[in-house]
Design a protein around this ligand. Structure first.
Ligand SMILES: [Mg+2]
Length: 274
C-alpha cells in the first residue's frame, strides 16, 4: 500500500514538472510574441511623424517627379493619353497613424485592424502629393492608382483621398488587389489604355516585379542595374515602417523575426572596407 502512495506521489511530481516545462515553453513563446510586438516600429514611425527629414524626402521625390513628367511629355508617343501610375499607401497617403496605434496598443497588424483603419478614411496626404496630382491634372496627364488595398476598401479609400482634396478619381483608373499582390498584370492593362510616363511608389514592386526578387543580395544588384530609372521613370517615396524589403530578412524559419533581424545586421567585420 505504501508503495502505491509512493508511485502516485512520483507520478504527480513527474506530471507537475512536465506541466511546468510546458508552461515555461508557452511563457517563452509568449515572450517571443512580445518581442514580435509592434514596438520595433517606434523609431521608424516617429521618423515619419516628427522629422523634417521625412517631409523633405517627400518634397524632393515630388519635385523630381515634376521634372520627370516635363521631360517625359516631350518624348511620349501621341497615340494614347499619357498617364502616371501611383501606389496609394505611403505614396500618396500616410498611414503612420495606424502604425502608431499598433505600438500604443501593444498589438500587431491583422487584416481586421487594418480594415478598421481604412474604413475610417482618416489617412493624411503625403507632403507634396496633392500639389503633384494637381500639376498632372493641369497637364492633362491621367492619374492611375494601382494599390494592394482590397476591393472592399475601395469606397473608403476614394472617400479618404477625395476628402483630402485629391483630383476626382476615375473609376476605370483605380485598380484594387484582386488576387495577387504582384502588380505587373494590372500595369499591363493600364499600358493598353495609356502611355505610362512615370511610376510612383514606396515599394520597389510598385515599379516592376523584377525588383521584388530579393533572395540574392536583398535585390541590390537589380536596383543597381536599373539605377538610371530612379528619378526619371520611377519615383520612390521613403517608407521606413514596412515593405517587401522585410521579407528578405526572415531567412531562418526556426528563428523569431527579431532574431532574424539581428542576424541581418552587418557589424565591423562586414564593412565594405574590410
Ligand atoms: Mg505603398
Amino acid at each position: 500500500m505504501k508503495n502505491i502512495y509512493l508511485i502516485l506521489f512520483l507520478t504527480i511530481l513527474i506530471f507537475s514538472c512536465k506541466n511546468k516545462e510546458t508552461n515555461e515553453n508557452f511563457a517563452s513563446k509568449e515572450t517571443n510574441k512580445e518581442v514580435e510586438s509592434s514596438e520595433y516600429l517606434l523609431n521608424a514611425t516617429l521618423w515619419v511623424q516628427t522629422s523634417g527629414e521625412y517631409r523633405a524626402c517627400c518634397y524632393q521625390a515630388f519635385n523630381y517627379a515634376k521634372i520627370a513628367v516635363e521631360n517625359n511629355l516631350k518624348t511620349v508617343k501621341k497615340d494614347k493619353a499619357p498617364a502616371v501610375i501611383f501606389d496609394i499607401d505611403e505614396t500618396v497617403i500616410d498611414n503612420s497613424f495606424f502604425e502608431a496605434n499598433l505600438i500604443k496598443e501593444n498589438t500587431v497588424y491583422t487584416k481586421e485592424n487594418w480594415k478598421e483603419w481604412t474604413d475610417m478614411s482618416a489617412a493624411c496626404a503625403i507632403p507634396g502629393a496633392i500639389d503633384f496630382l494637381k500639376f498632372l491634372e493641369s497637364k492633362n496627364v491621367e492619374i492611375v492608382y494601382i494599390t494592394n488595398r482590397k476591393e472592399d476598401e475601395k469606397e473608403a479609400s476614394i472617400k479618404n483621398m477625395e476628402k483630402l482634396g485629391f483630383p476626382k478619381i476615375k473609376e476605370e483608373n483605380y485598380y484594387s488587389k484582386i488576387e495577387e499582390s504582384n502588380k505587373d498584370a494590372r500595369r499591363t492593362k493600364v499600358a493598353e489604355m495609356y502611355n505610362i510616363i512615370l511610376l510612383v511608389g514606396d515599394n520597389l514592386g510598385d515599379f516592376d516585379s523584377i525588383l521584388d526578387q530579393r533572395e540574392n543580395d536583398y535585390g541590390f544588384s537589380i536596383v543597381d542595374e536599373l539605377r538610371e530609372h530612379f528619378g526619371t521613370s520611377f519615383i520612390i517615396l521613403p517608407n521606413p515602417m514596412y515593405g517587401h524589403w522585410e521579407d528578405a530578412l526572415y531567412k531562418n524559419k526556426e528563428k523569431s523575426n527579431m532574431e532574424n533581424k539581428y542576424d541581418a545586421l552587418k557589424g565591423y567585420t562586414q564593412s565594405c572596407l574590410r
